[in-house]
Design a protein around this ligand. Structure first.
Ligand code: ACM
Length: 661
């Protein structure tokens, strides 16, 4: 369960311990702020007790339950006063308040484990680190009898870089049960993530029971089929009448909120407005601009689901919906959506045009601002903080509104004094596919978002002046589910890329290192497997790029160094991933070179671009077999390409070691 680290752990002070060359880095994700590995081990035994002060008893019970289930040891709880040798102590007493609201100190010696933190959140995170110091089968869903439950001796002081370490799940496009949501919450907790953003309403489904408006779920929660061109058998979320869908009762919501709170995760509900509202309008067409009828679509890209701001009853409806939402979700933040608002309906509505005239609004963007600010102020008046996607900046913001940056605006919002959560789609949309080999069971949106790129994400925008940096609350991973009908598929897209974003949210920028992360992932994969979580494994890294300048000739020979990536014999995949331009690039062949000599060639004709031919064929992947690795050799890949129908494309080139094919 331990791995040799290529970068030494952060050493607090020189102690009598293993030399730097032998430093063995435990596979903790996210990487702790300060960690010193000492010699020796602590061993869990059937006699180990957990001691806790009274305020920490709940966290102690959480630890005991996990360890007891797997080891079968009794792990009895005793009071902190009777702590002592051979035991685990969880306490807030004498904790260093400089560790902050989520920090902790963890000391493992051969005789004891002590987790000290100013808050229960900090203690809980100390427990997560302790679990990650144990062998990975501590996460097993079954009893394990053959394991030696050892913990390496360490001294850790740890706290998060950012307060917001989120995961968004789109439960509208596909429905996930309470149990499935709770499985994700469990996984988030192990990564010290603390915000679950629950996308509960959209065009394709309304998923939250609202007592005052029962048709929202009776009608808005169901559609005629799974939709999105998916195999009907790819999901089991069908009602007794065969319709696809489902919804969370208010009791379900309370259960999830409590389950999350026990893991120090705040749940942020999202109620979309003014667009993405077809499911609501299918149930209550009187709040739309045309009066309906509206139908729930079975695909994306239907753009008439927009509320009517010229009807006061619309605001009464939304206020009453949100009033029930406030009662269910005790957290500070409520997300109002605000993205991708189709304005044509407002343009064509005489009532909306009359409203704009009355209010002195010169265009529909200003009408969106008027709409959103009214709702933002309603949220603020109820003591909560509104959030919206990038587009809510179009018409101005209420004073406290938080911007969730998916397509920009974060720098501007933070510079204007607004808090910002960074979720730029190019780094944080885990529904983008993790591999250029589109897995046969898994459809996801383009573009390619490899683990290495996610890992490289820096949440503070480069252009942001230092004085505004504190407005960046943190980072969020987003999983949109139109193409993702099952939890297993959600997991395959989410893990391990969410591990990378968890580390971006928690660990210091300077300590992050992709090679070291990959090594820790080797253990994390085992943990995920023991948890029963499906995950994608792809270690491809970017080795280069192409630009129109490099492909201007009728044919062009491109070359990239691959010495760093070719580290072992085996199968390698080279992927030429188109990123922009009108025309696909034609690939004539790709070859692997070793010390100036060609040793492998894949000569199929490939295309990379937006054309359906290129997208379907997946043939921008080239494979090489390397039977033997020549130590110290220089490796390179060479590719012959032609613009074909044009030479305006840009793209990035990835090389990765393949799983056995
Ligand atoms: C979004 O992806 N429309 C926020």
């Amino acid at each position: 369960m331990k791995i040799k680290s290529r970068i030494a752990a952060v050493i607090l002070c020189p102690m009598a311990m293993a030399s730097a060359a032998d430093v063995v880095s435990p596979a903790i994700i996210p990487l702790p702020q300060k960690m010193e590995i000492r010699s020796g081990i602590f061993k869990l035994t059937p006699d180990t007790h957990i001691a806790a002060d009274s305020v920490s008893a709940r966290t102690a019970r959480f630890l005991a339950a996990r360890v007891r289930e797997v080891t079968g040891y009794p792990l009895n709880l005793i009071s902190a006063k009777s702590g002592g040798s051979g035991n685990i102590l969880l306490t807030t007493k004498d904790a260093d308040t400089n560790l902050g609201l989520e920090g902790y100190a963890l000391t493992v010696t051969p005789d004891s484990v002590v987790i000290r933190a100013p808050t229960q959140a900090g203690l809980f995170y100390g427990v997560q680190t302790l679990l990650q110091l144990l062998p990975p089968d501590i996460f097993s869903t079954k009893r394990v009898t053959h394991e030696d439950w050892q913990v390496p001796c360490v001294q850790i002081e740890d706290w998060p870089r950012f307060n917001w370490r989120g995961l968004m799940l789109d439960a509208s496009r596909h429905f996930f049960t309470v149990q499935e949501v709770e499985q994700l919450l469990d996984a988030m907790a192990t990564l010290k993530m603390n915000v679950f953003h629950w996308h509960l309403t959209d065009d394709q489904g309304w998923r939250i029971e609202i007592k005052k408006y029962p048709k929202l779920t009776q009608i808005g929660g169901w559609r005629p089929g799974v939709g999105f061109g998916l195999d009907p058998k790819s999901t089991t979320a069908y009602g007794p009448d065969g319709r696809y869908g489902g919804f969370y009762t208010q009791a379900d919501i309370r259960e999830v909120v409590a389950y999350a709170a026990a893991r120090h995760i705040a749940v942020v509900p999202e109620i979309e407005m003014p667009g993405h509202s077809l499911a609501a309008l299918a149930a209550y067409p009187q709040f739309g601009c045309t009066g309906g009828p509206f139908t729930i679509p079975l695909q994306l890209g239907v753009f008439n689901g927009i509320y009517n701001p010229a009807n006061e009853a619309t605001f009464k409806f939304l206020d009453e919906v949100l009033t029930e939402v406030f009662q269910l979700f005790p957290g500070k933040y409520v997300h109002l959506g605000g993205d991708e608002v189709p304005k044509d309906t407002w343009k064509n509505s005489p009532a909306c045009q009359a409203l704009m005239k009355r209010e002195g609004l010169t265009n529909e963007n200003e009408l969106q601002g008027w709409f959103m600010q009214r709702m933002e102020k309603f949220v603020e008046a109820h003591g909560r903080i509104p959030i919206g996607w990038s587009e809510i900046m179009q018409g101005g913001l209420a004073s406290n509104t938080v911007v969730m940056d998916w397509i920009g605006g974060g720098t501007e919002a933070a510079s204007a004094g607004h808090d910002v959560v960074m979720a730029p789609h190019r780094f944080c949309y885990l529904c983008y596919y993790p591999s250029l080999d589109r897995p046969p069971n898994l459809r996801a949106y383009r573009p390619y978002l490899p683990l290495s790129k996610v890992y490289g994400f820096e949440p503070i925008p480069a252009a942001l002046e230092p004085r505004y940096r504190s407005h960046i609350l943190g980072v969020e991973a987003c999983v949109w589910t139109p193409d993702i009908p099952s939890l297993s598929d959600v997991e395959e897209l989410t893990f391990p890329r969410v591990d990378a974003l968890a580390e971006a949210g928690w660990s210091s920028q300077s300590a992050r290192n992709f090679d070291n992360f990959l090594q820790r992932l080797d253990v994390e994969y085992q943990r995920l497997a023991f948890c029963g979580i499906n995950y994608w494994r792809d270690n491809a890294t970017q080795i280069g790029e192409w630009t129109p300048k490099k492909i201007s000739g009728p044919t062009n020979l491109l070359e990239w160094d691959a010495t760093r990536e070719i580290t072992a014999p085996g199968a390698y995949r080279l992927s030429l991933d188109y990123t922009s331009g009108k025309n696909p690039l034609t690939i004539q062949w790709a070859a692997l070179w070793e010390n100036g000599r060609e040793i492998a060639r894949d000569a199929h004709i490939g295309f990379t671009g937006t054309s359906s031919r290129a997208v379907k064929a997946c043939d921008w992947n080239y494979y090489f077999d390397l039977p033997d690795l020549r130590k110290g050799a220089r490796y390179a890949v060479k590719v012959s390409v032609a613009g074909g129908e044009g030479n305006d494309s840009t793209g990035v080139v990835f090389l990765g070691r393949e799983k056995a094919r």
